[in-house]
Design a binder for this molecule. Structure first.
Ligand code: SF4
Length: 450
């Protein structure tokens, strides 16, 4: 039986999530959105919602999908998705993140990691609707990169990302203000006095797994976005421009990348947004090379060196490959570490008969095992918990949004004025004032690593 990691409660950002694997969620997929037993407003969990959601008050919440979708047998759901896709034709492209369950991936026109998918949506200019089976920040990124007349749809607006939620704009702005006070001058203005080196005090770098608002903050302050594939090149770019880097929201990707580049641990203080000066002395902030935000991925933080030891004890020939969102000791102990696409390539490149233990999300690991029956591929984590927020994209939601789009197209074809049809269901739109700066941070990244 599949177990699903759920995190309960609506506690303050960065508090330790209470995680459990609850088999009831596999039996009742829509239970994740009703969250029985949780205090209000949990049933209205909104976009970006997951462990410690702090989505802005104006963000739309996921409405209850019609009862008929909840009651449908799986075969009917899949038949309806296929029929709706056929009816929409080239007007729709369905994107499926690698961490989605098989029943969703089966309907994806393109699969990939978050940024690859967002870019692939650019390759389908004829698609009026981009249905993103991923999480909220991914849909935002796709909206930033697609044309204004293309609508990006997230099948369940409650599919957030616990890591992205750990860095909200107010907390990052507060960090910036405290840093400015500690350092004693504007952080993003190059010093140009005699003998000065022209560097700015702090370059903000955000992982792709962050809200559009955080990307915009970085864009506005001379910063940049990175992915797990290009974090080294992006940090090199940032070090060429600033004395320090503020890396949000994933401490592990920041630490693992900077450590590999030779930055000592004592120059990488952790910023805890719940504490004054992030829990550091002012001098530690002045001396810092990379300031790490206290955020993490609830999936990848689960991996441990004990699991690696157990895998090697069971099979001394096993190759351990992990994602850089894993803690530093896990990355250090692994044979290889890299992005989702890196892991896929590492498995493909391993010779037949190889044994690989993978430290990443279980749906991807399972598909890799299915795709490579000549190799033994296992997940490092014996509890096997998928990403609980990715799990919110149930095929029922996909059927619902696609059929809504079919109805919309039928009404347009019948001559209904678009203005009378209302908004596209579950459309994710980044406000223009945010988008302009978020795109600046993304474009800097693309200039560094095309
Ligand atoms: S796997 Fe981790 S980083 Fe990715 S969406 Fe899930 S919680 Fe967020």
């Amino acid at each position: 039986m599949v177990s699903v990691a759920i995190t309960l409660g609506r506690s303050a950002p960065t508090s330790a999530p209470v995680s459990s694997c609850d088999s009831r969620l596999a039996a009742e997929p829509f239970a994740l959105d009703a969250m029985p037993g949780l205090p209000a407003p949990a049933p209205e969990y909104g976009p970006g919602a997951s462990v410690v959601d702090t989505a802005p008050a104006h963000t739309p919440v996921q409405q209850q999908i019609p009862e008929r979708y909840r009651r449908m047998e799986a075969d009917e759901v899949h038949a309806r998705i296929r029929a709706a896709k056929d009816a929409l034709g080239d007007a729709v492209v369905v994107l499926g993140h690698h961490y989605q369950r098989d029943e969703v991936i089966a309907h994806a026109d393109v699969t990939g990691d978050s940024f690859l998918l967002a870019r692939r949506s650019l390759e389908r200019p004829e698609a009026k609707y981009v249905v993103f089976c991923g999480v909220h920040f991914m849909a935002e990124t796709a909206d930033l990169l697609t044309r204004p007349d293309q609508a990006v749809v997230l099948p369940n607006l409650a599919a957030g990302c616990s890591m992205a939620d750990m860095a909200d704009l107010d907390a990052v702005q507060d960090c910036w203000d405290q840093l400015e006070a500690a350092i004693g001058r504007p952080l993003d203005v190059p010093a140009d006095g005699p003998g000065e080196d022209g560097l700015v005090e702090v370059v903000p770098v955000t992982y792709m797994n962050s809200s559009a608002a955080i990307k915009a903050f970085c864009g506005e302050h001379g910063g940049i976005v990175c992915t797990s594939s290009n974090a080294t090149a992006v940090l090199e770019w940032a070090f060429a421009r600033g004395r320090r880097v503020l890396f949000v929201p994933d401490q592990h990707l920041g630490r693992n990348t900077a450590k590999a580049m030779g930055v000592p641990a004592e120059l990488m203080p952790l910023w805890d947004p719940r504490k004054p000066l992030g829990g550091n002395s002012a001098q530690a902030l002045v001396d810092a090379r990379v300031l790490l935000w206290r955020g993490w991925c609830s999936v990848h933080q689960r991996f441990t060196t004990a699991q690696i030891d157990a895998a090697r004890a069971a099979d001394p020939s096993v190759q351990v490959v992990v994602h850089p969102e894993c803690p530093q000791d896990v990355v250090d102990a692994a044979d290889q570490a890299g992005s989702t696409e890196f892991i896929i390539k590492a498995v493909a490149a391993a010779p037949a008969g190889s044994s690989l233990a993978i430290g990443t999300e279980i749906n991807l690991v399972r598909r890799l095992a299915d795709a490579h029956p000549d190799k033994t591929i296992t997940c490092l984590d014996p509890v096997i918990c998928p990403c609980s927020t990715m799990y919110r994209i149930h095929p029922g939601y996909l059927a619902w949004v696609l059929e809504s789009l079919v109805e919309r197209e039928a009404a347009l074809a019948a001559g209904a004025p678009e203005a009378e049809l209302g908004a596209v269901v579950n459309r994710v739109v980044v406000d223009d004032d945010v988008a302009v700066h978020a795109r600046a941070a993304l474009e800097r990244m693309l200039a560094v690593v095309p």
